[in-house]
Design a protein around this ligand. Structure first.
Ligand code: NAD
Length: 493
């Protein structure tokens, strides 16, 4: 194994930051029941399990591993609510979504703290990215409620877009509240009712959202939240009373869900994994591109489906880019996610940390050269992984092909734009890509040929409720956000 370590002693002298701990406290109940039919009800047959803070390993609360009977009750409540909700005047539905959005803004700080405690992401990200986008999604879709006729391809003056019915929505742990908003806001806007299942390691913000639905008097059963693990998700997917499944998670589970839904008549959208290329041409503004690389792979500890985890650098600037990246890494602060100075927080779970470590070992064994930043000690408790990049990576290496879902970057090079495009598309995934160049014509020429749902030019990881997001190939199908995202929640007529 060749491993070079950048230590504090080799770093230039610098000022130490004083800790800047977040002062707002998030209210967390000792335990939560299930939110079904507008009430908090105990499980029938489901055991409780703890949800922990990955930065401290402390138990935050205990939630239910919902049973098939619980899922059945939730689907029944959603079915019961559907006739009235789907006929509710669009302007009335919009009022509920506006209220939800405003309540999210009122509680923004608490929600950000809760997200950070339950998931490990830095407070500056949950506060400045996740929660504002969550509010934006509800505001955006509130605006669409009475304009759905203009969202779909025109089919005559009398065309009246209809909802699908009951939507089963299953989400992952990397952006728990944002993924809930991506699923619920368009579904409710179109007049559907929902059963939401958050990920097992991050249920708390979905439950906080259920509290908001209670506060704004959303009619009972319009949204139901069932916590639990894979068996809860499976029961929801298999339930005959569900008309549509919307799943965000791993490609492996997505494929299983597609098999289950095949032939049932259920509508399905899948938002799955990725191994996205971030292409840096020699004529790019390199300092700006370095920020794009950092944001592309170390945002949210690399727990990002569209992370720019494969860096493709034009050979003539490879040494310059690596030197600048190494320098920039020295200033990334890893540690307490509730400290406002922290750039890289905790890994979401012990299980995910094991996966990342396994890939670090694979990279070493494959002969790639590993560099990681050691910028002070890591906390003694919790799950941590230092921001890392590998050079001397071959396209055949597993670290260049497989989704690691952690703060680990594989650096490769190319000589011509054609080679960059071939290497970028050499993946079974197709979720996102980045292109960095000062030449406008090159941006369009390259972006056009990249097989990815989203291509960012001279930026990375930019999201907007009005902009559709989704993948090609093994990254799934269907779009979330914007006008295209509404199609996934309207019946085909
Ligand atoms: P996962 O597939 O293990 O779990 C996702 C969700 O599915 C969880 O709620 C889980 O409990 C549930 N689940 C697990 N097995 C199930 C089954 N058999 N039937 C029904 N539900 C089941 O994924 P994860 O580890 O939580 O999330 C990480 C993955 O999500 C990564 O691959 C990432 O790329 C992907 N992701 C994609 C997007 C996107 O928009 N494309 C966004 C975020 C995350």
């Amino acid at each position: 194994m060749r491993c070079v370590t950048v230590t504090a002693s080799t770093a230039p002298a610098r000022w130490e930051y004083a800790p800047a701990p977040e002062s707002v406290k998030a209210p967390i109940r000792e335990q939560y029941d299930l939110f079904i039919g507008g009430r908090w009800i105990p499980s029938k047959g489901g055991k409780r399990f703890p949800t922990i803070n990955p930065a401290t390993e402390e138990t935050l609360s205990r939630v239910v591993d919902a049973s098939a009977t619980d899922v059945d009750r939730a689907v029944e409540a959603a079915r019961k609510a559907f006739p009235k909700w789907s006929k509710t005047k669009p302007t009335e539905r919009a009022k509920y979504l506006f209220r939800v959005a405003r309540r999210i803004q009122d509680k923004a700080r608490e929600l950000a703290v809760l997200e950070t405690m339950d998931g490990g992401k830095p407070i500056k990200e949950s506060r400045d990215v996740d929660v504002p986008l969550v509010a934006q999604h509800f505001f955006h879709h509130a605006g669409w409620c009475d304009k759905l006729r203009y969202a779909v391809p025109f089919r005559g003056r009398d065309h009246d877009p209809r909802p699908i019915g009951v939507c089963g929505q299953i989400i992952p742990w990397n952006f728990p509240l944002l993924m809930a908003a991506w699923k619920l806001a368009p579904a409710l806007c179109c007049g559907n009712t929902c059963v939401l299942k958050p990920a097992e390691t991050t249920p708390l913000t979905a439950l906080a959202l259920a509290e908001i639905f209670e506060e704004v008097d959303l009619p009972p059963g319009v949204v139901n939240v069932v916590t639990g693990g894979p068996s809860t998700g499976k029961a929801l997917v298999e339930h005959a009373g569900v008309d549509k499944i919307a799943f965000t998670g791993s490609t492996e589970v997505g494929k299983r869900i597609a098999t289950t839904c095949a032939g049932t008549g259920k509508r399905l959208t899948l938002e799955l994994g990725g191994k996205s290329p971030n292409i840096i041409f020699a004529d790019a503004a390199i300092d700006q591109a370095i920020e794009g690389i950092v944001n592309g792979i170390w945002f949210n500890q690399g727990h990002v489906c569209c992370a720019g985890s494969r860096l493709l650098v034009e050979e003539s600037v490879l040494d310059e880019v690596i030197a600048k990246l190494r320098h920039r890494l020295k200033s990334l602060r890893v540690g307490d996610p509730l400290d406002k100075n922290t750039d890289v927080g905790a890994i979401n779970s012990a299980e995910q940390l094991d996966t990342i470590r396994r890939y670090l070992k694979i990279g070493d064994e494959e002969g790639a050269k590993r560099e990681e930043v050691i910028n002070g000690p890591l906390p003694s408790k919790g799950y941590w992984c230092r921001p890392t990049f590998f050079t001397d990576v071959q396209p055949s290496h597993r670290i260049a092909r497989e989704e690691i879902f952690g703060p680990v970057l594989a650096v490769l090079s190319f000589r011509t734009p054609e080679e960059a495009i071939v290497r970028a598309n050499n993946t079974p995934y197709g979720l996102s890509a980045g292109v960095w160049t000062d030449k406008g014509s090159k941006v369009f020429e390259v972006a056009r040929q990249l097989k990815a749902g989203v291509v960012w030019c001279n930026t990375f990881n930019k999201f907007d409720a009005a902009s559709p997001f989704g993948g090609y190939r093994e990254s799934g199908f269907g779009r979330e956000g914007g006008r295209h995202g509404l199609m996934a929640y309207l019946a085909k007529t």
